[in-house]
Write a protein that binds this ligand. Structure first.
Ligand code: GDP
Ligand code: MG
Length: 174
């Protein structure tokens, strides 16, 4: 079987760490400087899904943010098999926008798989992590997602796990 490529998108409010999560996953690097994304940047990475004995090439679309919540252009989301929907655990507003981001994605890709990341967990403690993970489950859209994680692009915690989990579920789909 040839190598399958699957498109996934990083979506979420501006400044939550979307670009940083991709850099951590692909380049094993983190920068404190603001990493501006202009338009769309597509990165590739092969992921071995050992549980299925298969390799999938992820085409990871980093979509430009705005200063506030803003829906990304639907055309960017078209054809995506999955999404990593990101919020900043130190900014409640960004968590409140998770349902809208998920809905925008699933409206265009009804079979698409979504994983939710509460990023910047290095800036909080485990008690608050649990509190906010429970809080976001009160949103039906979030509760319907495959999983919710706390993550840190800075320390790398859960970054590989989230992408692997997404790849695994994408291979499960048709
Ligand atoms: P984007 O707009 O969602 O792509 O966000 P960026 O990746 O550009 O990150 C915005 C800012 O947050 C930058 O200054 C990053 O260095 C910082 N940042 C991103 N992820 C983390 C993280 O996990 N922990 C901490 N402490 N800072 C982060
Ligand atoms: Mg960015």
């Amino acid at each position: 079987m040839g190598l399958v490529s699957k498109k996934i998108c990083l979506i979420g409010d501006f400044n939550v760490g979307k670009t940083s999560l991709i850099r951590r996953f692909i380049d094993r690097e983190f920068s404190d400087r603001y990493l501006s994304t202009v338009g769309v940047k597509i990165s590739r990475k092969k992921v071995e899904v050992t549980s299925k004995d298969r390799t999938v090439q992820l085409l990871i679309w980093d979509l430009e943010g705005s200063t506030k919540y803003k829906r990304v252009a639907p055309s960017y989301l078209q054809g995506a098999s999955g999404a990593l929907v990101v919020a900043d655990i130190t900014r409640k507003e960004s968590m409140e926008h998770l349902p809208q981001h998920i809905q925008t994605f699933t409206n265009i890709n009804p079979q698409g798989k979504a994983i939710v990341a509460l990023n910047k967990s290095d800036l909080t403690n485990s008690e608050l992590e649990e509190k906010y993970i429970s809080y976001i489950q009160t949103f039906p859209e979030v509760a319907r997602a495959i999983a919710s994680y706390t993550s840190s692009a800075k320390t790398g915690v859960n970054v590989d796990e989230m992408f692997l989990q997404l790849a695994t579920h994408i291979l499960d789909g048709k």
